[in-house]
Ligand binder design. Structure first.
Ligand SMILES: [Zn+2]
Length: 237
């Protein structure tokens, strides 16, 4: 029985790679100099290269369940998302390491946090996960501050997905090297919400205090970070 995955690898090497061989070899010779750190959800329907029209060497990507940013100091309040006053170290985080490497070593000029519609992580943050999934349960607590105290219907889920993106932008600002670079106008932060069914990214506009479809947005990012203000005037977090 043919191994379809093996056939795909062969197809890439034989048919796709020749067309990009020089580009890849230049990237080996000169090293990588990506300007964008892309923090995206692991969801298979989110395609960073396709969305941004990027090729080899352009995006430094880290993906995880929900597109979350762990706290810089590795500590979260309480247990399982509760706020009981205790602080708990939550272990190693590849995403935190990637942020530090991208800013300090690669010196990226943009950081994108990209959530999306119909995100299973956000739904699971409301509905819970299997007891055995201890890591997933702890990880989802990184969205707990974005959850709304209502039944999670489609509109609530959509709004929570967007609130979660802004929450991660705020957490990014707790990384001293990110804050320093943002204050020095060397890095811009971009909060994106990919609406799968419409084929459009909505970008967070700090002046509008809302996510705006890319087709009508004036820019792709937030510029200098300011607190997110909801339509009802409530400042998020
Ligand atoms: Zn997701």
């Amino acid at each position: 029985m043919p191994d379809d995955l093996l056939l795909r690898l062969r197809r890439f090497h034989d048919h796709t790679f020749p067309g990009a061989q020089e580009q890849f070899q230049n990237l080996v010779r000169d090293g990588q100099h990506p300007t964008i750190l892309f923090i995206g959800c692991s969801d298979s329907r989110l395609l960073p290269y396709m969305l941004t029209g990027s090729g080899p060497g352009e995006l430094f990507i880290v993906r995880n369940v929900g597109a979350f940013v762990p706290p810089y100091d590795g500590y979260v309040n309480g247990t399982e998302g509760t706020q009981d006053g205790t602080r708990r170290w939550v272990g190693y985080h590849g995403t935190s390491a990637a942020i530090e490497f991208a800013v300090l070593n690669l010196k990226v000029s943009r950081i994108v946090v990209c959530g999306h519609s119909h995100c299973g992580a956000i739904r699971a943050a409301y509905e819970g996960v299997a007891d055995e999934a201890v890591n997933l349960k702890a990880w989802l607590s990184l969205a707990s501050e974005a959850l709304l105290p209502v039944e999670p219907g489609p509109e609530v889920l959509r709004r929570t997905e967007q609130r979660a993106v802004v929450l991660q932008l705020e957490r990014l600002m707790d990384y001293p090297m990110v804050r320093r670079a943002v204050d020095a106008a060397q890095i811009t932060l971009h909060g994106w919400h990919w609406v799968i069914e419409d084929g459009e990214v909505h970008v967070f506009d700090v002046h509008e205090g809302a996510f705006v479809p890319a087709s009508v947005a004036g820019h792709s990012g937030t510029g200098p970070y300011q607190p997110y203000v909801e339509h009802d005037g409530q400042v998020l977090v």
